[in-house]
Write a protein of this length. Sequence first.
Length: 271
Amino acid sequence: MTSRVAKEKASNARGEYSFRLPNNRAAFFDGVKVGVPIGMGDFVVAFALGVQAKAAGLTAFQCGLASFFCLASAGERVGFSSIAENASYCAIILATLVANARYFLMSCALSRRCSPRLSLFHRALVGFGLTDESFGMAILRPGFFNPWFAYGIMVVPVPLWTIGSALGVVVGAVLSPQWVSALGVALFGMFLAVIVPPCRKNKVVAALVASSFVFSFLMTRTPILSRWSEGSRVVVLTLILASLAALAFPVDEEIADELNEDVATLEAEEE
């Protein structure tokens, strides 16, 4: 028995992430436990997004399909707003890309915690289901990242996110405009939950967020810029502010060196 367990551990250390291995199954069910409260919160936000999608002219099937493949509240909100404004395909794609740009950073950060032998298939599947919540839970786990933990997190939130948005479209069709407007407040609460924690930790981020509010308002009052769609304004403003912040406040080299040392330590422990 001991010999079999030792062989399974050695197999997993070589990067063979089979669900038959006990530690992978344990990681999966740990993810399921973490995903239950996440899914309950996602359902409420997705429902509000569905109401917005209904106002933009989408059907329940279209909204559910968009939610399944996007899995990002900010990206979907920008996309639905752009659709409601009859924006071009390019504007919708660019607006959604910019709104979801933070996932590039999350993926890069998480990839540094992955074993070099983790297959491309697992990396792609984890990337598909990567959200703010799953990233936050995954990055806190010690050692190399186990993809089965991410798969466990996806089990509950993804279906609830998809179903919630579709139900939002169905219910939004029978609700009065006052109720639809009231449910839209949930989206603002979601955005506050996203921006407040990093603003408290970093004054630069807080200044950028405040600046984005001010310049976004000014763009709506500028004669030429006010004619642009909301998605186009978001794209331009985000690129300008993010570029200026990156030039003025680059990442500290000492922090980058510490990250490299952490990765080297993980690889040494695995060997």
